[in-house]
Design a protein around this ligand. Structure first.
Ligand code: SAM
Length: 262
């Protein structure tokens, strides 16, 4: 063991405790392994409901013509495409011809490649960019973006606080941060059924469809380790976001945390 790894902080990787460096490497491995089946698995696991959560999240972000959007841990780019589509619609409604732009930023090139291969990117030629970078150390100047979004990504960060600090730094004053993440059930009566589904069905589905049960076991464990809605709201406030509000979806299976950079 090196002197560095002796002193390095440990964090959760699912139910295991690992060093931050190891978490980054293992998270990369998880998403490299599932990249080609990622979109299909999302639809299967949630019976398509993740699309409704994302749709509501983007309604709250309220994209506008001419805005710059950064989708951190953006994977295959679903939120970035939604941002551009909604900004275009808003522009049409208001008679403003100023195209919005979006960047999908992800630490994993395999997820970005799966996103870039999608045919529906064509309509956004020249204003949808793909960048391989760590959300905890963003390669952008201060006050660069009107909106930052993260969906189902921050749970995988080795240092969540560093991530929130970076989102705050790159947002313009008055910019919006929307973080959609799996969360904690608000309906106790459904907890047992949800646990059975999570720990028994999801890893099997992962094995069957993506040939990888382990990555989906990590998924369900990492959800349990993510802070509650209230604690995460406080983390956002501590990072400098104001008027942070929480929207629970499907009884708290997922939650949106929305706040303003001041
Ligand atoms: N946002 C997409 C969505 O909602 O479909 C993808 C979500 S996927 C569950 C999580 C993504 O987070 C993966 O693509 C992974 O590579 C990315 N990721 C994990 N840690 C990251 C980090 N530190 N910086 C940037 N991306 C990261």
């Amino acid at each position: 063991m090196s002197a560095d790894s002796k002193t390095e902080r440990t964090v959760s990787f699912g139910f295991e405790e690992v060093t931050e460096t190891e978490k980054v490497a293992r998270v990369k491995g998880v998403f490299r392994s599932v990249a080609s089946r990622y979109d299909l698995m999302n639809d299967l696991m949630s019976a398509g409901v993740h699309r409704l959560w994302k749709h509501d999240a983007m309604n709250q972000v309220n994209p506008q013509p001419g805005e710059r959007h950064l989708d951190v841990a953006g994977g295959t780019g679903e939120l970035a495409r939604a941002f551009l589509t909604m900004a275009d619609k808003a522009g049409k409604r208001r008679g403003i011809d100023r195209p919005a732009t979006a960047i999908v930023c992800d630490i994993n090139d395999a997820m970005l490649e799966a996103g870039k291969a999608r045919a529906d990117n064509e309509k956004f030629a020249g204003r949808l960019d793909w960048v391989c970078a760590d959300g905890q150390n963003l390669p952008y100047p201060d006050r660069s973006f009107d909106a930052v979004t993260v969906s189902f990504g921050i749970r995988n960060f080795a240092d969540r606080e560093a991530g929130l600090r970076e989102f705050r730094r790159v947002l313009k004053p008055g910019g919006r941060l929307a973080i959609l993440e799996f969360s904690h059930m608000t309906v106790p009566a459904l907890q047992a059924a949800y646990d059975t589904y999570s720990f028994n069905v999801i890893p099997r589905l992962g094995s069957l469809v993506a040939g990888d049960a382990e990555s989906y076991q990590y998924l369900v464990e990492s959800i349990r380790k993510f802070p509650t809605q209230d604690i995460f709201r406080k983390e956002m406030e501590t990072a400098g976001f104001s008027r942070v509000r929480v929207t629970n979806y499907s009884g708290g299976i997922a939650a949106l945390h929305f706040g303003w950079a001041v």
